[in-house]
Design a protein around this ligand. Structure first.
Ligand code: GRF
Length: 218
């Protein structure tokens, strides 16, 4: 059975979608370890499902010190390596990962992002409602509302050194409704994420070595 590691620091609804897909046999993999940088719902969900739940807290001082950040990432990679994951899934992980971390798992780190991202790593995404800006970073849901966009969505992509710009695996649109607020919009985006993420994991695990090599090259 393939093994996946999940990094999460939120409520863990995307982790739950992976755990459910694993339990029903559609994922083709087991979530062996979940790591969080703070106590969170994701760790509780991991424990409830019998996955190893690891809390690797990051002190505020570490966050501000580039050398300490690199050391944290090295420690994080060492923890994950114990479980020999076929894939590392960022499911609500809000910290940037260093190039050194990504080099430990080439082409095998994927992220779910609450907005539409383009195939070409550029700044514009084509949608059924016309071209819209690619919303990157940690505020993509409020940014979509603030920009008055007609549509946003969810994207699963390979993580590279460039923020939210790696090869897209799956993406789907979510219309923005006139009375949406951040909570209602994010809830509908998450429903799409829960469908896309297990499919992306299953398809990547089943992909040829050649395709995985192409993704690793970015
Ligand atoms: C998701 O919307 C994901 O796209 C973003 O963080 C959120 C995590 O939600 N990166 P959950 O913890 O999986 O419920």
């Amino acid at each position: 059975m393939r093994s996946i590691a999940v990094l999460a620091c939120g409520g863990g609804s995307n982790l739950q979608a992976l755990l459910d897909a694993s339990a029903s046999g559609t994922l083709g993999a087991t979530v062996t370890v979940v790591v969080a940088d703070r106590p969170c719902g994701a760790l509780e969900r991991a424990e409830a499902a019998g996955a190893r739940a690891v809390l690797l807290p990051m002190a505020a001082a570490v966050r501000r010190d580039p050398d300490a950040r690199r050391a944290y990432d090295e420690c994080l990679a060492d923890v994950l390596a114990v479980f020999a994951p076929d894939l590392v899934v960022l499911a609500g992980w809000m910290l940037l990962l260093s190039p050194e971390f990504l080099a430990r798992f080439p082409g095998r780190v994927i992220n779910v992002h609450p907005a539409l991202l383009p195939d070409d790593g550029g700044d514009v995404v084509a949608t059924s409602r016309g071209a819209i800006p690619a919303l990157r970073g940690g505020h993509a849901v409020p940014d979509a509302l603030r920009a008055g966009l007609p549509v946003t969505g969810a994207t699963v992509h390979v993580v590279t050194d460039d923020l939210d710009a790696g090869p897209v695996l799956l993406r789907d649109e979510v219309p923005i409704l006139p009375d949406d607020d951040e909570a209602t919009l994010h809830a509908r985006i998450k429903a799409v994420e829960h469908r896309l993420l297990p499919r992306a994991v299953a398809s990547l695990l089943g992909a040829s070595a050649e395709r995985r090599g192409a993704l690793a090259r970015g």
